[in-house]
Design a protein around this ligand. Structure first.
Ligand code: AKG
Ligand code: FE2
Length: 264
């Protein structure tokens, strides 16, 4: 087990995909880890090919969520057969989402106890390509989209069940600090909601990866797309994001009814 960045207590561990327990332990401890041998070069090249037309056709984002140099391939699961048939259903991905995102609760129907598990679902899959000159995003937690509130776990250590979301980011190219590797603060998944994340060089780690690796992070981890200070490298990363399965309507009234009924 190596590490790419070491703060006093937290680091980014690099762990082989065969060590599922080690991966889960590292994510609980640091909020993230890099999986080695997650996939192979041929599979990544296929996903790169399938997303290329969409990345090339994309246009700059309006607003400051992404720098204007970034291109996306949204609906990655629909557009890339390879992503859909390999990484989306990868048993390691499922083992991680089962541990961190699934929710099991019990209740009584009359006097009979019922226990149910709501399994994680893919909330979005998208490729991010940061072009030369792209500035870093601001540090953020992806689970902000679900109004997640986090208690202070810096003293207690991580409590399973406090995350709603997690991400798997698979590089299409070698990612480096210079070409915009995702940056993150290991251990920040333990921070309460009112702590301010700061870009301090001694706390920030860069998800520098080889093709075949995968970056895993919890929705509570502070991170950002990095700055691409190269002249000619595109930093391509395929991202799969999972969220609690019950965070949606019970009845899809918007799709089940006619457009004019929905509008009224
Ligand atoms: O491109 C990246 O490395 C991360 C992108 C990201 O964090 C986001 O858009 O929420
Ligand atoms: Fe993000």
């Amino acid at each position: 087990m190596g590490s790419i960045s070491q703060t006093s207590k937290h680091c980014v561990e690099k762990i082989d995909r065969s060590d599922i327990e080690g991966i889960i332990e590292a994510i609980a401890k640091n909020g993230c880890c890099i999986v080695k041998n997650f996939t192979d070069v041929a599979t990544v090249e296929q996903a790169n090919q399938e997303t290329r037309p969409y990345l090339d056709a994309d246009v700059p984002w309006e607003g400051d969520l992404f720098p204007p140099e970034t291109r996306r391939c949204a609906n990655l699961a629909g557009r890339s057969k390879t992503v859909r048939e390999t990484w989306l259903v990868d048993p390691l991905v499922r083992a991680c989402t089962a541990k961190f995102v699934d929710k099991t609760t019990s209740n009584y129907y009359g006097e009979t106890k019922h226990t149910y598990t709501s399994e994680a679902q893919c909330t979005i899959a998208v490729t991010f390509e940061i072009g030369p000159g792209g500035k870093a995003q601001r540090l953020h937690r992806d689970d902000k989209n679900y109004h997640a509130n986090h208690p202070d776990q810096t003293e207690t250590g991580y409590q399973f069940g406090t995350d709603l979301e997690m991400a798997f980011m698979i590089p299409g190219v070698l990612t480096t600090k210079a070409n915009g590797a995702t940056l993150a603060i290991p251990g920040s998944h333990l921070w309460p909601s009112d702590w301010v994340p700061r870009m301090e060089e001694d706390k920030v780690a860069y998800a520098e990866m080889e093709v075949g690796d995968c970056w895993i992070m919890l929705g509570s981890l502070y991170h950002a797309g990095g700055a691409n200070i190269t002249k000619d490298e595109k930093r391509t990363v395929h991202g799969l994001f999972f969220v609690r399965g019950y965070l949606r309507q019970e009845e899809n009234i918007y799709l089940a009814n006619l457009a004019e009924e929905v509008a009224s």
